[in-house]
Design a protein around this ligand. Structure first.
Ligand SMILES: NC(=O)N[C@@H](O)C(=O)O
Ligand code: NI
Length: 156
């Protein structure tokens, strides 16, 4: 029996809470700094790693909208913040089961952090190439587990 198409749900702190944090201009975290010329949205997420925490740029390109695998990073969290202002997609699951997939449509002003060990699909960009700031782990030993399954299609 084939599984139904994946339909996106909006990314919200509440809906994403089982999988990690949303990185957004959360008013509850706002602090006026720099003589009032900057607003700091403080501690939206905390990077978790057992080694170095590194900051990278990912230049993501659109890919076929089907999900045939998940990955997870058992030794650290992974945060993505879009730099181009365009919507993008995130797929997560509480366990490596294609029937348990959740698809989130992320607005171009929303980033997120996958908590350590959370099953997710690699970066999914919509429409055109987009750069992302990425904060994750660099260090010894493997930090990638993958699982593969029959493709599930995305219906936007
Ligand atoms: N491979 C890599 O660094 N990126 C993935 O982990 C991803 O989630 O996009
Ligand atoms: Ni990843």
């Amino acid at each position: 029996m084939s599984l139904p198409d994946l339909r996106p749900e909006p990314l919200t702190p509440e809906s994403f809470a089982p999988f990690g944090r949303v990185i957004w201009d959360d008013p509850a975290t706002a602090k006026e700094i720099n003589a009032g010329f900057t607003t700091r949205y403080h501690a939206l997420a905390t990077a978790e790693t057992d080694a170095d925490t590194v900051i990278s740029l990912f230049r993501g390109r659109p890919r076929p909208l089907e999900i045939a695998m998940l990955e997870r990073h058992p030794k650290g969290s992974q945060a993505f913040v879009p730099l181009g202002g365009a919507d993008w997609l995130a797929v997560v699951a509480p366990e490596p089961d294609p029937a348990a997939l959740r698809l989130f449509r992320c607005r171009g002003v929303q980033g997120l952090q996958y908590a350590t060990g959370i099953w997710h699909h690699p970066l999914l960009v919509l429409g055109a190439e987009q750069d992302f700031l990425v904060v994750d782990r660099a260090g010894p030993g493997g930090n990638l587990e993958e699982t593969f399954f029959a493709p599930r299609h995305i219906a936007l």
